[in-house]
Design a protein around this ligand. Structure first.
Ligand SMILES: Nc1nc2c(c(=O)[nH]1)N[C@H]1C(S)=C(S)[C@@H](COP(=O)(O)OP(=O)(O)OC[C@H]3O[C@@H](n4cnc5c(N)ncnc54)[C@H](O)[C@@H]3O)O[C@H]1N2
Ligand code: MOO
Ligand SMILES: [Mg+2]
Length: 404
């Protein structure tokens, strides 16, 4: 039975292949574009820097005059001023960031210069091309600045600003319907009757969506009936770009997500060799993709981070997807029994005598979230392998899975 489960890499490959860019492009001021995905490649209207400018506070001169014992100071150039051409046989007082005057080919730092009356004397011999930042050393006018599909980080926004662009075209952030299913679920703040539990997935999943910069569209908890599930999914497909559900996706009589997807659209994937998270489903209602995550909270966390987030990044228009940073680290525990599913264990990265190693959280049950809070990342236990203490596995810090 377990042999028929789809391998995690194949599942991810299929998800990424199925991903289409869903939101439309829109113009945003740079100050509101952080974390957005660039929809069009911006082109520089100006050269940056626009003119040769001084890298230091000092004196601009022509190196032809280097042999003179002293040079008269003919002008003073501060940043922001438009200098006159340098009079031959003179130096110009100049400050960092100020335009180098025509006729000067070097700048001497003021630490190597002494003003004697109206004349400057250098303690070092000036050489051509010192301390000048040439026009266009950063950007040439007409140059493409950043590729479309890039996630805009602070340095990208700084570059766009340096090229004089006030706004940029980005994809509107995905609107993601977040639905939890289960008759046992109660919203925190309400009293708990026998047989009930508080709904943790709704809050966690909305937060996972927000952390990635997307807009969660929260829905009421869905009852465990086919009709309620079908109606909720129908409505969600009309209101959001993507639907994510939790629970009701396994094989029990109370699990209706798959049937509802099939009755409204099509089911593309179901069940994969991942632990926790085996019964994950993926399908479409019309053009709206739906990820049916399992109900167990740790399965929600793992499947969202390892499979859902990369898929959603593609739907958001991000291209050239980089995999989150992962590190090969030794295990501080053994895995004596091989399993057919690839397991993502909650672990903490420890330092011992200058070496890092991984400590497993005490409870790996997919119903337990407290050990996710104790942990700082996930270790990948490959399928069909036994491991000894000291064997190396891949470790993903949560920070890299959430923001990388
Ligand atoms: N006969 C089988 N039973 C199960 C199998 C299987 O292969 N054969 N797979 C198990 C695995 S693995 C998982 S994972 C779960 C997934 O079940 P569902 O996706 O159908 O989810 P539910 O049955 O609705 O709930 C499972 C579990 O999670 C709790 N839950 C659900 N939603 C929430 C929420 N919003 N907040 C907190 N906790 C939630 C729910 O109460 C259940 O305890 O199926 C296994 N069964
Ligand atoms: O796939 Mo499940 O192992 O309980 O989360
Ligand atoms: Mg179930």
């Amino acid at each position: 039975m377990a042999d028929s489960l789809m391998n995690v890499d194949d599942a991810l490959g299929q998800l990424l292949k199925a991903a289409r860019v869903l939101p439309e492009a829109t113009a945003r001021p740079l100050g509101k574009a952080l974390g957005n995905i660039l929809a069009e490649t911006p082109v520089a209207a100006v050269t940056v820097p626009p003119a040769d400018n001084s890298a230091v506070d000092g004196y601009a001169l022509n190196s032809r005059d280097a042999s003179q014992p002293s040079l008269p100071v003919s002008q003073r150039i501060a940043a922001g001023q438009d200098p006159l051409p340098l009079e031959p046989g003179t130096a110009a007082r100049i400050f960092t960031g100020a335009a180098v005057p025509e006729g000067a080919d070097t700048v001497m730092m003021q630490e190597n210069a002494t003003l004697e009356g109206e004349e400057v004397v250098f303690s070092r011999t000036p050489e051509a091309n010192q301390n000048i930042r040439p026009a266009g050393q950063d950007i040439q006018a007409g140059e493409t600045l950043i590729e479309a599909g890039t996630r805009l980080e602070p340095w990208h926004l700084g570059l766009l600003a340096s090229a004089g662009l006030p706004q940029v075209r980005v994809y509107r952030p995905l609107r993601i319907a977040v639905l939890s299913s289960g008759d046992e679920l109660v919203t925190p703040g309400q009293p708990l009757a026998p047989g009930q539990i508080y709904n943790s997935n709704q809050t966690m999943l909305q937060s996972l969506v927000s952390a990635a910069g997307w807009e969660p569209v929260p829905f009421e908890t869905v009852a465990d009936t086919f009709d309620a599930t079908r109606n909720a999914l129908q409505r969600a497909s009309e209101e959001a770009d993507v639907i994510i559900t939790t629970g009701g996706v396994s094989v029990g009589e109370e699990d209706h997500i798959r049937d509802a997807i099939q009755s409204l659209g099509q089911l593309n994937l179901w069940r994969m060799a991942i632990k926790p998270g085996k019964p994950l489903a993926f399908g479409h209602i019309g053009d709206t993709p739906i990820l049916g995550l399992p109900g167990n909270p740790a399965a929600v966390l793992v499947t969202f981070l390892m499979l859902g987030r990369p898929f959603l990044r593609c739907c958001q228009g991000e291209s050239g997807l980089t995999t989150p940073a992962a590190y090969a680290l030794p295990l501080g525990f053994a895995v004596p029994r091989a399993q057919s599913r690839r397991e993502y264990q909650r672990v903490r990265c420890r330092q011992l005598e200058g070496r890092q190693w991984l400590e497993a959280a005490s409870n790996q049950s997919s119903g337990v979230l407290s050990t996710a809070c104790w942990s700082d990342g996930l270790a990948v236990i490959p399928e069909n392998e036994t491991l000894a203490v000291g064997d190396t596995v891949l470790y993903y810090p949560f920070s890299s899975l959430l923001y990388g």
